[in-house]
Design a protein around this ligand. Structure first.
Ligand SMILES: C[S@@+](CC[C@H](N)C(=O)[O-])C[C@H]1O[C@@H](n2cnc3c(N)ncnc32)[C@H](O)[C@@H]1O
Length: 244
């Protein structure tokens, strides 16, 4: 076996060229799929992954919420917040920092590690029993519902699309049941057609619906976020106010 081929079995190495000094090159390894090698390379070279690690955030997604809140200012101190699809917990950490301790309820279908200042509920928002559990702990209503929910990809395009739409609609349904008048709903949606119905429904339920794709959201991803403001204040007589 040649030296270069033997070298290619190593896990990864810092590129030596002067114009790409900090890039970590991930070499192929026996048993590792090309897609895994690509994922590993992207993780190791993603500035948000490195920044999240330094800042103690559990996910790079924390910076998406930070950017959205810096722009729209919905996480004021004292706001009661429900974070749907919260694991591993980056958004919840940011929500606790900004809205304050004991003001955040984190919901995910998968169990997640405790976060000081947040209440964690393991619940699948597609199941009635889980919805009941969420309603039970939000009896007095909340000010903000966040949803960064995303299904595990099956790789089958139309199945994935249907799941995404079903989850976005379920999150919207939960928001409508627990938000106080004037509340805010921030949700991940995917561009691609079927989000139109959801947007129409949002425009009926909220006074203003804005769209934003934070810098931390990967350019190649079709995900984007809607920020629906002032729950219960849409005027049926007026054309909904949509901003980009
Ligand atoms: C992109 S991750 C969320 C990342 C999170 N915002 C953060 O900052 O760490 C999407 C989450 O949605 C959750 N999820 C998917 N389907 C769900 C469902 N039906 N009910 C509740 N959570 C769900 C997944 O378990 C996953 O943890």
């Amino acid at each position: 076996m040649s030296q270069s081929r033997r070298g290619s079995r190593q896990k990864g190495s810092r590129a030596k060229s002067s114009d790409d000094r900090d890039h970590v090159r991930v070499n192929t390894a026996r048993g590792r799929k090309i897609s895994s090698t690509r994922w590993l390379s992207r993780q190791l070279n993603d500035p948000y992954v490195l920044q999240a690690r330094k800042a103690g955030y559990r996910s790079r997604a924390a910076f998406k919420l930070t950017e959205l809140d810096d722009r729209f200012g919905f996480l004021r101190g004292g706001a009661q917040v429900v974070d749907l699809g919260a694991a591993p917990g980056g958004w919840t950490q940011v929500a606790v920092e900004r809205a304050g301790k004991d003001n955040v309820i984190a919901v995910d279908a998968s169990p997640m590690d405790a976060i000081v200042g947040a209440q964690i509920i393991t619940a699948n928002i597609l199941e009635d029993a889980s919805i009941e559990a969420i309603l039970e702990v939000t009896r007095d209503g909340v000010d903000v519902v966040l949803s960064d929910i995303a299904p595990a990809a099956t790789g089958h395009r139309s199945t994935d699309h249907l799941r995404i739409v079903a989850l976005a609609e379920a999150a919207f349904d939960v928001a409508c049941r627990i938000l106080r008048p004037g509340g805010v709903f921030v949700a991940k949606v995917y561009q691609g057609g079927a989000e139109r119905d959801l947007l129409d429904a949002l425009k009926v339920a909220f006074r203003t619906v804005k769209h934003a794709k934070p810098n931390a959201s990967r350019k190649e991803s079709s995900e984007t976020y809607v920020i629906a403001i002032d729950f219960g204040a849409a005027d049926a007589e007026t054309v909904p106010h949509v901003e980009t």
